[in-house]
Design a protein around this ligand. Structure first.
Ligand code: ATP
Ligand code: MG
Length: 317
């Protein structure tokens, strides 16, 4: 039975070959690569040694099989991935702008993963669930939202905790109504992983410290603000820890946050201290950006522990 469960999009990602390429223009792309924020997260959670399950849907096609085989290889329980005849697996195209921002074109809601719904979320799967992880990018239609809500209920009912990454994509979180759904989930979450801009966007307040205090006051146990190549900060009710980024050459930033989250939650699930887990997660995020393809830089806990010992000159305990 799974200890960590997530739900949401499985897709392939096709990336612009050059920076500042525009969707409006013809150009070269690379891929497809296995992707989808929940898929990257759960793949990494499994690679770090926790029993991990994803609830999702793919088409009966090569893109679906690519993802299925990758997740299976890495130890994810794939028994709740529906293979839908007559539907196609989700696809995302991504371009990278000069300022580091990215644009996406998603085929998600109109693809197999648009058919995830409440019926896919079964109580028996949640019997041993320690963490139910929610990605904000998975709220691309009403049915996935209802499925996520049911997952939250089932997890809380049997004593599990909610981890949440709003993973705001302007192409998916298109209006205030969707933002409000994210806020609702935010306030139910025990572990919150998010970027600086996402925190102020959701909380409507610029000051990070104030936002963090509000969330801790409402029951959050760990908040991690992710800052790309500037590292990350962990806030708990009695501690603040800043972790600098591990120096690497960034090849592709997509997926780093999901890999970071999968590592962090998996380490917490295995009883590691949050201060150690956040360092291991930061090393995982750094490793992730050295590879082209959002899931290609995922790595094992042994490798991360080796990097930790080398970098911090002590064992990760
Ligand atoms: P995404 O949504 O694209 O997956 P994110 O915005 O959620 O990413 P980031 O802050 O980009 O998350 O990355 C997560 C973590 O990975 C950072 O907090 C940092 O520890 C590590 N990281 C990211 N980029 C780099 C980098 N260029 N060099 C070193 N570490 C990095
Ligand atoms: Mg993210």
């Amino acid at each position: 039975m799974a200890e960590i469960i997530t739900i949401g999009e499985i897709l392939v990602e096709v990336m612009a070959k050059n920076n500042d390429q525009k969707f409006e223009e013809t150009g070269e792309y690379v891929g497809p690569f296995p992707s989808g924020a929940p898929a990257i997260f759960i793949d990494q959670a499994a690679r770090c040694g926790s029993r991990s399950l994803i609830i999702s849907a793919i088409g009966s096609d090569g893109f679906g099989r690519m993802n299925l085989h990758r997740l299976q290889r890495d130890g994810v329980d794939v028994s709740r991935i529906k293979v839908l005849e007559g539907q196609t697996t989700g696809v995302a195209f991504v371009t990278y702008q000069k300022d580091g921002e990215r644009d996406f074109i998603y085929h998600i809601s109109n693809a197999a993963c648009g058919y995830i719904d409440e019926k896919d979320v079964c109580e028996e799967d949640f019997r041993d669930c320690h963490f139910f992880h929610v990605m904000g990018s998975s709220i691309y239609n009403r049915n996935t939202y209802l499925a996520i809500t049911k997952g939250i209920e089932l997890c809380l009912k049997q004593g599990g905790k909610i981890s949440f990454d709003p993973n705001v994509r302007k192409e998916i979180i298109t209006d205030n109504e969707k933002r409000n759904l994210l806020i609702e989930i935010l306030y139910q979450s025990h572990i919150i992983l998010l970027g600086e801009k996402e925190l102020s966007y959701l909380m409507g307040e610029e000051q990070e410290r104030k936002n963090v205090e509000t969330l801790l006051g409402r029951g959050a146990e760990m908040i991690i603000v992710k800052r790309g190549k500037r590292g990350a900060t962990l806030y708990t009710p009695n501690n603040t820890v800043h972790v600098g980024a591990y120096p690497v050459e960034e090849v592709d930033s997509t997926g780093a946050g999901d890999c970071f989250g999968g590592t962090f939650v998996s380490c917490i699930n295995q009883g590691l201290r949050p201060e150690v887990a956040v360092r291991l997660a930061s090393l995982a995020g750094a490793k992730a950006v050295t590879k082209k393809g959002p899931m290609e830089g995922n790595t094992t806990l042994e490798e991360l522990k080796r990097m930790y010992e080398e970098h911090y000159n002590q064992k990760p305990v």
